[in-house]
Design a protein around this ligand. Structure first.
Ligand code: PGA
Length: 248
């Protein structure tokens, strides 16, 4: 009952010419109506992306937590929504680390995204040191309790488990580690939000997802899709991941 979502995070890569990649991605989305496809380009490319492929779901990579204000350089969720973005990634580890975003800040951003009529894609994940210390599941459970708003609904919040050490490294956790962590996240969501809501919220896996490992990762229980960084930058690498999800 949880539809699979394949989401691409372009990070700070791409320009207008790069939007040509969206043609084959949109085609793959149309050809596989049983799953959801989302692309999150840099915010200045949201409107041009939609101009090129109006039928494709386009998201943002961050928003401010306030609706408006004297925050030079920032963009609110409502502004992104007005550009056509339907989703916004919040709490990506690159922002938690470099911009010192706390769980409380991530939660505030998701609330503002929901208030603007968007879906918040909330990222959680442990560092390599935390996993080595045997603390991964406790850390991630804490992030779920701290980062996911109590107002979350299955159509307003999606969680993405992204072990920090797996992002951009070519490394992925073992199948058993992913299975165990996604079960832990499911339990935390049910405990925080109640069984009905907690069991319907989608939990994506992110971190070095590729055409080569997508089928294996997407078949794991409680893995409801993928958040893909590098391999989302070209249709040649992203489309096979969409097809892998559709084949499950
Ligand atoms: P990656 O990035 O697929 O390049 O590892 C994933 C992410 O940061 O969302």
């Amino acid at each position: 009952m949880r539809r699979k979502l394949i989401a691409g995070n372009w990070k700070m890569y791409g320009d207008r010419a790069h939007l040509a990649e969206l043609d084959a991605i949109a085609e793959a989305a149309r050809a596989n109506p049983g799953i959801d496809v989302l692309v999150c380009p840099p915010s200045v490319l949201i409107a041009p992306a939609l101009a090129r492929q109006p039928g494709l779901a386009i998201g943002a990579q961050n928003c401010h937590d306030a609706p408006e204000g004297p925050y030079t350089g920032s963009v609110s969720a409502a502004m992104l929504r007005e550009c056509g973005a339907t989703h916004v990634i919040v709490g990506h580890s690159e922002r938690r680390a470099a911009q010192h975003e706390t769980d409380a800040k991530v939660r505030a951003k998701s609330k503002s995204a929901i208030a603007a009529g968007m879906v918040a894609l909330v990222c959680v994940g442990e560092t390599e040191a935390e996993r080595r210390a045997g603390e991964a599941e406790d850390i991630v459970t804490g992030q779920i309790f701290g980062s996911v708003t109590k107002y979350a609904q299955p159509d307003t919040v999606i969680v993405s488990y992204e072990p920090v050490w797996a992002i951009g490294s070519g490394l992925t956790p073992s199948i058993e580690e992913v299975r165990s962590m996604h079960a832990t996240i499911r339990a935390a969501l049910c405990s925080k939000l109640g069984e009905a809501i907690g069991s319907a919220i989608r939990i994506l896996y992110g971190g070095s997802v590729s055409a080569a490992n997508a089928s294996e990762l997407l078949a794991i229980e409680n893995v409801d899709g993928a958040l893909v960084g590098r391999a989302s930058l070209t249709a040649a690498q992203f489309v096979p991941i969409i097809e892998a999800a559709a084949a499950i």
